[in-house]
Design a protein around this ligand. Sequence first.
Ligand code: 3PG
Ligand code: MG
Length: 399
Amino acid sequence: MSIRTLDDLLAEGVSGRRVLVRADLNVPLDKQTGDITDDGRIRAVLPTLSALTGAGAKVVVCSHLGRPKGAPDPQFSLGPVAGRLGELLGTRVHFATDTVGDAARSTVDALADGEVALLENLRFNAGETSKDDAERGAFADQLAAFGDAYVDDAFGAVHRKHASVHDVPARLPHVAGRLVLREVEVLSRLTGEPERPYVVVLGGSKVSDKLAVIEALLPTVDRLLIGGGMCFTFLKAQGHEVGSSLLEEEMVETCRNLLERSEGKIMLPVDVVAADAFAPDAAHDTVPADGIPSKRVGLDIGPETVAGFAAALKGARTIFWNGPMGVFEMPAFAHGTRGIAETIAKADAFTVVGGGDSAAAVRALGLDESSFGHISTGGGASLEYLEGKTLPGIAALEN
Ligand code: 3PG
Ligand code: MG
């Protein structure tokens, strides 16, 4: 891979130079209070930022948060993130209340060597996500004006053809940050020659999101364990009724086809926790996967499934896990995710956790992050990497 790295940039010397860093500070926020519920993505970018400030660069950080529609929307302000970033860095972070306007310009102009600025949410500007090259390019011009060099450390966004990811690097000397490098290094171990048995655990709500990765992984993996909301479409494809569980009716045929071609590699739940309603205090019990009552909704995999999945994971030498097994945010439906996470944490294998939700689950359940080989900051990005797709953000660094 012919990508220049942060070390190459540091070797050139960055003292007094303005370095524009694209980070993925898209952290989950509490719906009521707006508090940051998991700061993993902020912590993940600290090594790159500290290296730059330590070398005397004027560091200009930019990121998206959530999916605002190309105009300012206070609920998606990066203001609170600036505060948390400053605490973690142990230095004040100068927050610009716009992205490329007057506030941003004066904030960047006022930076002293070794100081950090954070621009307001990139997606408050329609140019960031525009499908129109010229519109994206015009926004990229404005962003690029804030840097003498560009560092991409936003692994979670490298699969997006967005101005800050895809177009800015065409305008500035560009390198990959520490996080992007580490992520690519780890994931390439999975696409290369993973040590076997190689077992993948997939969860999360939608089959349609995971279809391409299932297709790509089937020939490579030894076992593919499927839980989470997406398992119900597979159970339906096996001919079972799933009550009012999450179901993608239009995907049933595709799932049936996948099951037929999977040579028995796909393992589905044998029992599920079925509830009266989608609520933390809903009445619930464990039922066989082929006997979900018609008015019930499946919100977790059952204990027999956890045991079966654990048996399949035992002895694995490489494990990739993406997507919770149930609604882990509600304690009553967190047992499946916890069981699988604990099994993976104990496995004598190279283990990779991919995806914002699974990474957040690991931390929310109080598990020790260091018992996993790698916790990826990218959800969609890690899946598209495993699919073998060209990632616009990585391709832009290669040029
Ligand atoms: C993510 O959360 O997956 C990344 O931050 C990318 O966000 P997006 O899916 O809104 O582009
Ligand atoms: Mg996403």
